[in-house]
Ligand binder design. Structure first.
Ligand code: 0L1
Ligand code: MG
Length: 263
């Protein structure tokens, strides 16, 4: 049930989107509106999305966040969150990513899917997702909460498009049938040193389950995922802070590696 009126939703969407575009941090929105709920937060997120589309940006997919059981427990929450991906979030493999356009970026290793059929909930299951996946590619998401010191609560995070900011995908693709996504290992290196390791099962037991949940969560708003969408399924590793001068390379079992440099 929403608690905020339309004018407040519009004002908060503008406020948070400006923070993103101008790369400055803000106080979490629940400080001012402590009674706001998840519906308000997704209303704000969908309004930010609408503003971007109106300006000519394309929405190329969706991401799931807070999909690791350990992170959910740490934050005292039981549901992951989703966000949208705009075309300008994407950066090419091995490219330089400008930290001056960001506030306090962190990187996390993820598996990404590109779909060949629309997906619609409620009741979307893992089998439907597997049938709709065209191919799997490795990805690194660069999250960047707009909130001071990454200090937030879940409702504020959702309003802020779940900290979506940039992402890089690798070019080696695989069919889902050729991978065991639960045991698929990743090793993240920063400046040549291993900083994180993990396996796909960190993402809700199986990244495919994360995509099914995304579709079912979108269905709560009557939304579906069109064919050709890119889905970032959630962090396999913890998020690692980066700054100008850092190089990141993530090796994915059976899927090659994804690298980038922060400048
Ligand atoms: O992609 C993610 O898991 C991030 C979700 C938002 C929470 C955060 O900024 O850490
Ligand atoms: Mg993520």
């Amino acid at each position: 049930m929403s608690t905020l009126d339309k004018a407040t939703i519009l004002a908060l969407a503008e406020h948070l989107e400006s923070a993103e575009l101008q790369a400055h941090d803000v106080k979490k929105v629940t400080d001012q509106y402590p009674d706001m709920d998840f519906e308000d937060a997704y209303d704000i997120q969908w309004e930010i999305r609408r503003r971007k589309v109106e300006r000519g940006d394309r929405i190329i997919g969706m991401k799931m966040g807070l999909t690791s059981r350990a992170k959910m427990k740490q934050m005292g929450v039981e549901t992951p969150v989703y966000g949208f991906l705009a075309d300008y979030f994407e950066r090419p493999e091995s490219s330089e990513i400008k930290v001056s356009e960001l506030i306090h970026p962190k990187v996390e290793a993820e598996l990404a899917f590109v779909t060949k059929a629309p997906l619609k909930g409620p009741g979307c299951h893992v089998g439907q997702v597997l049938a709709a996946i065209d191919f799997v590619i490795p990805a690194v998401e660069i999250i960047d909460s707009r909130y001071e010191n990454f200090r937030f609560d879940l409702i504020s995070v959702v309003a802020d498009n779940s900290s979506s900011s940039r992402f890089v995908t690798g070019s080696r693709m695989a069919a889902p049938a050729d991978l065991d996504m639960r045991t698929l290992g990743v090793v993240m290196e920063k400046n040549g040193a291993v900083v994180e390791v993990g396996a796909g099962a960190a993402v809700l037991g199986n990244p495919v389950a994360s995509a099914a949940l995304l579709v079912n969560m979108m269905a709560e708003r009557g939304e579906e995922l069109p064919a050709g969408s890119l889905i970032l399924t959630g962090g396999i590793t913890a998020a690692v802070q980066v700054e100008a001068g850092d190089s990141v390379n993530v090796r994915f079992q059976d899927l090659g590696s994804v690298s980038m440099r922060f400048v």
